[in-house]
Design a protein around this ligand. Structure first.
Ligand code: AOF
Ligand code: ZN
Length: 376
């Protein structure tokens, strides 16, 4: 059977549904499943928070007997493995579904085409690749971690009309307005981890949590690149480390502390006592080279982090850009003028690196957001 406009419409609904649990199912992907019988939706579900149960068995349970002869729209190939739950392909077969429409095939080596062949062997018609670009977009974090062994990296920058991202020595400077700031919080809520350099952690003293009512529990893990453990015990990050996890990435050699805005070299005993104090406050200290994203990112993937939001400052942004390890750029442009003492943005709308495609523009109050994504 060929793909119809209705197929795309129901797949679009499944993709939209899948976005509901983005950032809350890691390391599992957030998958959407819509079951349709005679043009009517009889069951729909998204992978549960925490990653299980998967989407399909929940949607099938809702459909019940109406699933017999129905079409299931799934954003990811149904699984075929006996993992923590039984295979979803088996459930689709058991309920008597007649057709399965899939957006993206699953790169998990335990599945990888086997879900589709199980279904076909059982006589179910399968169409894959429907709205694949949109499907891949919704599964970007999962696909990146599976195929590249690193998290999907989003760089967020808020740039003033004169090309600045802040003012030297002034802590947090409001560049965007409240609408754009709410949007950034929504982005945090669907991301596993958020990262800043020690310079930003000290000068801005940010909280980096989600404060949208109802979504507070979705705050990402907060990561600070802090080679010599200079993060003050009085900082908001440390003070809230018991509520929302904080990971400090320190260098194995304290002598690397010349880099970004950090404290001057100190004797090792000092470092040891700072480490003890940070850990006593609930901060996790990880030793890994903080200035080599190509080493750091796989280490984060191993810890189950599939998506990472890089929020500042200029040097940290540059570090990830130069390493070619940014997948998406979210560039806010605000009409504010910073002027004297401004910290220049590492990036402006006029110098987006090659290899990034413009994916869209949104307006938040007086601020403009342009989204760029790496093409490949
Ligand atoms: C589906 N539907 O909703 C999801 C799937 O650890 P397990 O046993 O839960 O298996 C994890 C794998 O299951 C994951 O790597 C991916 O291949 C698949 N995720 N599959 O059929 C779903 N979330
Ligand atoms: Zn499954």
């Amino acid at each position: 059977m060929s793909i119809t406009p209705d197929d795309e419409r129901f797949m679009a609904a499944a993709i939209r549904l899948s976005r509901r649990h983005l950032g809350r199912t890691t390391t599992n992907p957030s998958v959407g499943c819509v079951i349709v019988r005679d043009g009517v939706v009889v069951g729909q579900a998204v992978t549960a928070v925490g990653g299980r149960p998967h989407a399909e068995p929940q949607a099938l349970a809702e459909a019940g007997a109406a699933a017999r002869g129905a079409t299931a729209y799934v954003t990811l190939e149904p699984c075929s493995h006996h993992g923590k739950t039984p295979p979803c392909a088996e459930a689709l077969i058991a309920y008597g579904v007649a057709r399965v429409v899939i957006s993206v095939t699953d790169p998990d080596p335990r599945v990888s085409g086997r879900g589709i062949s199980m279904l076909r062997h059982a006589g179910i018609e399968v169409d894959a690749g429907v709205l694949e670009a949109e499907g891949r977009h919704s599964l970007a974090a999962y696909l990146t971690r599976q195929t590249k062994n690193r998290p999907y990296v989003t760089l967020k920058l808020a740039v003033s009309a004169d090309g600045m991202i802040g003012r030297e020595g002034e802590g947090q400077v409001a560049i965007t307005g409240p609408e754009a700031r709410a949007e950034v919080q929504a982005l945090r809520a669907e991301t596993d981890a958020i990262l800043v350099g020690i310079g930003t952690a000290i000068s801005d003293d940010p909280l980096l949590t989600v404060r949208i009512p109802g979504l507070e529990a979705q705050s990402p893990v907060r990561i600070v690149l802090d080679p010599s453990l200079a993060l003050p015990l009085t900082s908001k990050l440390v003070q809230t480390a018991r509520q929302v996890p904080v990971i400090v990435v320190a260098s194995e050699e304290a002598s690397l502390s010349q880099a970004e805005g950090s404290a001057p070299p100190t004797d090792p005993t000092d470092i040891d006592s700072r480490r003890t104090a940070l850990e006593a406050a609930g901060v996790e200290v990880v030793y890994c080279n903080p200035y080599h994203p190509e080493i750091l990112l796989p280490a984060l993937a191993t810890r189950g982090i599939s998506s990472l939001l890089v929020e500042g400052g200029a040097k940290t942004a540059r570090l990830f850009l130069d390493a070619g390890l940014v997948d998406r750029i979210q560039l806010y442009q605000a009409p504010v003028v910073i002027g004297e003492g401004g910290i220049e943005s590492p990036l402006r709308a006029t110098d987006i690196p090659s290899g990034f495609a413009h994916r869209g523009t949104s307006l938040f109050g007086v601020d403009r957001l342009d989204e760029y994504e790496r093409e490949n």
